[in-house]
Design a protein around this ligand. Structure first.
Ligand code: NDP
Length: 634
């Protein structure tokens, strides 16, 4: 970047052009179709390498609740059901144990860059003290085991079992759940908690099946081949040449361990990640044990407050995530009007319909935006983003010795075009003699051969290719979950959602009675994903408890409530179209083809507003929008 503005140290126009150029290099017409589904010839990529396969006889049983998925969502739902006195439930999980994403993603270095004190749910209930500010995969699995132990969840689990179909039996008022193990389970209620990053994907590169060496996906790490554990020490690689494809959040964490162990490591990069410092630290147990009851939710909400744009005096988590938003909010606050102006807006608002329709906060926010000017505000946010990304790029230059490699590792896009990464060792790895960054300059590889990887006229012969190519996000719900749901009048969920998502509160769906969906769709999305799963499990157990107390057995969203909710989601949708279009492709913008349907978004008012809306709904106690009945079935 040649010319720089005197005052700010960079030239915004040059950066804008550079961002556009880098995006344009990567735009492609095939979007999500550039990836292969891991089935057929590729099915071995999703086999479970962590357990001995068990043979079991098919089960035929009837239970109150079936929870599909034993990740954080599933075990939170189960724990909260247990707390509310429901014991008759089953958790069906494809892995050999609980954990979901943490069961599968055991690659070396796997860790969580959301603070453990807010990422781990139920910390006050379990009394568990995470060892560090940022936890890792082994401790997370240990903690999941603790939750399971505390609420005796294993006795309700059906492991190593994949659901193949879920069908509503109108005459029985039950759901029939079929599995790949021949089970035929009937349940009054079904909770679908199958995770948003559940289905690994592979790039559809020519020759992908020709490679004669060893290969696996990061979410099925083959420790038999590499040796070592999620803590590293991959001793079997000391005489191996290894290639890793992909440089997203997963690769960022495992590359240092591969670099340390492999005889030679080739990192094939299409787009660099934004990698900031993480600065992990040990937990001060004295501080932790003195935290006052209620601290956990307070801390989660404080974090969430920054991420959803509410300025707060105290930053309890105080890390890379909150710093980004603190800086953005700080720059916006510098344009804030005086208290007197705010008061006058408030008084004026009392005489408008908008004030009551939108609520005080949203009304004042709209006044503020029109006061400062939307373009002006967006410019400020963009400038803060440029500054932040300049620091990230400078960090690559400081840490990486070879200037060409450092340049290749600099991300040229807005911070939230891709998931920001935080890691203290990744960039240093490129200073090792044995590590080569193969920068494909946005193109990806040319092909895979019998011996290795071919790119730009050169064949890189390797013993092993590791795919760090992520998970399906923008594909159809049933393709990712692996099963169809057939509701009332033979209506399938694929048919119901073919023109866009339709739900009530993101959780209920008309035509699919006694069904609860967990996930970010039309609900409260947050980077601290366990927080929203916890809120959903609180909501679920509240509804079931209330129904039980009132002797009801049937719940379905009303047509009107569902329609109103979809309208609310559309009305509240943040217009991210322009931003997403300006971004380099990735799963955040549907691989360069941004989602143009606002109803397919999470609730646009932000997670905290959504959680508070649900809390008020529960407090009202009337289950508004739900048709709740006592049905007698044959
Ligand atoms: P991503 O989808 O983020 O990354 C996939 C990588 O594969 C990208 O670098 C992509 O390049 C690359 N790729 C795809 N096709 C090709 C090709 N043909 N040639 C070369 N490279 C290719 O998946 P991850 O598994 O890294 O991360 C998924 C998500 O998991 C994260 O976004 C995050 O939400 C979560 N996660 C969270 C962690 C945490 O700390 N909490 C840690 C790890 C993961 P390109 O960018 O050009 O598309």
């Amino acid at each position: 970047m040649a010319a720089k503005s005197e005052n700010i140290g960079f030239d915004p126009d040059l950066l804008r052009n550079k961002y556009r150029e880098e995006r344009d290099k990567r735009l492609r017409t095939d979007g999500n179709d550039q990836y292969k589904e891991v089935e057929g010839d590729f099915k071995y990529f999703v086999e479970d390498p962590y357990v001995e396969k068990i043979e079991k006889s098919p089960e035929n049983l009837i239970t109150e609740v079936v929870i599909i998925g034993g990740g954080f969502g599933g075990i939170l739902a189960a724990s909260r059901l247990r707390m509310s006195g429901v014991d008759d439930f089953k958790i069906i999980e494809k892995g050999g144990n609980f954990g979901g994403t943490w069961y599968w993603n055991r690659y070396p270095g796997a860790s969580c860059d959301i603070e453990s004190y807010i990422y781990f749910p139920l910390l006050e209930e379990t009394g568990f003290i995470p060892k560090h500010k940022y936890t890792n995969a082994p401790e997370t699995l240990e903690y999941i085991g603790k939750i399971s132990e505390k609420f005796n969840l294993s006795e309700n689990a059906i492991f190593q079992t994949e659901v193949t179909e879920v069908v509503w039996l109108e005459n029985e008022g039950l759901w029939k759940i079929l599995t790949n193990k021949g089970d035929d389970i009937r349940a009054k209620y079904v909770v679908h908690s199958n995770g948003p990053l559940n289905r690994p994907k592979l790039p559809a590169i020519e020759g992908i099946n020709d490679f004669k060496g060893h290969t696996f996906h990061t979410s099925r790490w083959d420790y038999q081949y590499t040796g070592g554990s999620s803590k590293g020490n991959l001793e079997n690689l000391k005489d191996k040449k290894v290639a890793i494809i992909g440089t997203g959040a997963t690769a960022v964490q495992c590359i240092p361990h591969l670099g340390e162990a492999a005889k030679e490591l080739y990192v094939f990069q299409r787009t660099p990640s934004s990698i900031d410092e993480r600065n992990n630290s040990e937990t001060d147990e004295e501080w932790f044990t003195k935290l006052k009851p209620g601290w956990h939710n307070e801390r989660r909400e404080n974090f969430e407050g920054f991420l959803t744009g509410n300025f707060q005096q105290k930053d309890l988590v105080n890390d890379g995530w909150t710093e980004i938003f603190r800086t953005i909010l700080g720059s916006i606050r510098s344009s804030a009007p005086s208290k007197i102006t705010m008061f006058l807006w408030f008084l004026g608002g009392l005489f408008t319909r908008d004030f009551y329709k939108k609520g005080i906060k949203n009304y004042l926010m709209d006044k503020f935006i029109s006061h400062v000017g939307e373009d002006n505000l967006m410019n400020k946010v963009e400038m803060v983003d440029f500054e932040k990304m300049e620091k990230i790029r400078a960090r690559a230059e400081e840490v990486v010795n070879d200037p060409n490699t450092a340049e290749s590792l600099k991300p040229y896009y807005r911070q939230f075009c891709k998931r920001p990464c935080f890691h203290d060792e990744n960039l240093k790895t490129y200073n090792r003699e044995s590590v080569t960054l193969v920068d494909t300059d946005g193109k990806g590889l040319d092909k895979i051969t019998e011996k290795g990887i071919y790119f730009d006229g050169k064949e890189y012969e390797v013993d092993c290719i590791i795919f760090a190519t992520g998970f399906e996000v923008g594909t159809e719900y049933t393709r990712r979950s692996g099963y169809e749901i057939v509701g009332k009048n033979n209506l399938s969920i694929s048919e119901k959602w073919k023109d866009g998502l339709v739900t009530y509160h993101g959780m209920h769906c008309r035509g699919f009675p006694n069904t609860f969906f967990f996930g970010p769709a039309q609900g409260g999305f947050t980077a601290n994903y366990t927080h929203s799963l916890d809120e959903q499990s609180i909501h679920l157990s509240y509804i079931l408890d209330k129904m039980r107390k009132e002797g009801k057995n049937y719940v379905e969203a009303s047509e009107e409530a569902e329609k109103n909710w979809v309208d609310t989601v559309i009305e509240k949708a943040r217009n991210m179209q322009a931003f997403q279009e300006s971004c380099t492709p990735g799963y955040y913008n549907n691989e360069g083809k941004p989602n143009t349907s606002p109803q397919n978004n999470p609730y646009g008012g932000g997670s905290l507003e959504f959680f508070s809306l649900m809390k008020k709904w529960r407090k009202k106690g009337s289950l508004d929008g739900l048709e709740v009945q006592i049905n007698s079935f044959n």
